[in-house]
Design a protein around this ligand. Structure first.
Ligand SMILES: O=C(CO)COP(=O)(O)O
Length: 139
C-alpha cells in the first residue's frame, strides 16, 4: 500500500477528476492524499477516500511537502497550470524541489501521470514499499 497525493490547479481540476475516475481501480487500496479543493472534487466524483490537507494557496502544497521531506510520500500527481500565475508559486517550487531531493516520482501533466499509473498497476513501485519498510531510524 503506497502513499499517493493528488494536486491540481483550478483549470486542471476537471482533468484530474477524469484521470482519477479512469484509474480508480488502481488507486483504491492505496493511502490517498490531496490538497483541499482537489480532494473534494475527486471524492465527489469517485468512491475513493482521500485525506485532504489545506487548500494549496493556504499551505496544502507545503503540508504534502512535509511528508515528502520525511520520505513518506510515494507518488505525486500534480497537474499544474503552466499558463496562470499562482500566488503560492514558492510553495509549488518547494514541493517539486523536495520531490527531487528524495527522488519521488511526480507527474506534472496528464501524459506523465498515465505512464506512472500504468507503472503502479504493473507493480513497478515495489521499490517504494522497501523504502517504507527499511526506513532508517531518526537520529
Ligand atoms: O493550489 C493548489 C496546488 O498548488 C491546489 O489546491 P486546491 O486543491 O485546494 O485547489
Amino acid at each position: 500500500m503506497l502513499d499517493i497525493a493528488f494536486i491540481a490547479h483550478d483549470r486542471k481540476k476537471d482533468e484530474i477528476v477524469n484521470f482519477v475516475i479512469a484509474y480508480e481501480h488502481v488507486f483504491q487500496g492505496h493511502n490517498l492524499f490531496s490538497t483541499g479543493t482537489t480532494g473534494k472534487r475527486i471524492m465527489e466524483a469517485t468512491k475513493l477516500k482521500i485525506h485532504r490537507f489545506m487548500s494549496g494557496p493556504l499551505g496544502g502544497d507545503q503540508q504534502i511537502g512535509a511528508l515528502v521531506a520525511q520520505n513518506e510520500m510515494d507518488l505525486i500527481i500534480f497537474l499544474r497550470d503552466p499558463l496562470m500565475a499562482q500566488p503560492h508559486e514558492p510553495d509549488i517550487i518547494a514541493l517539486l524541489r523536495l520531490c527531487d531531493v528524495q527522488g519521488i516520482p511526480v507527474a506534472t501533466n496528464v501524459a506523465t501521470a498515465e505512464m506512472l499509473v500504468r507503472a503502479l498497476d504493473r507493480g513497478d513501485f515495489a521499490w517504494r514499499e522497501l523504502v517504507d519498510k527499511y526506513k532508517p531510524e531518526e537520529v
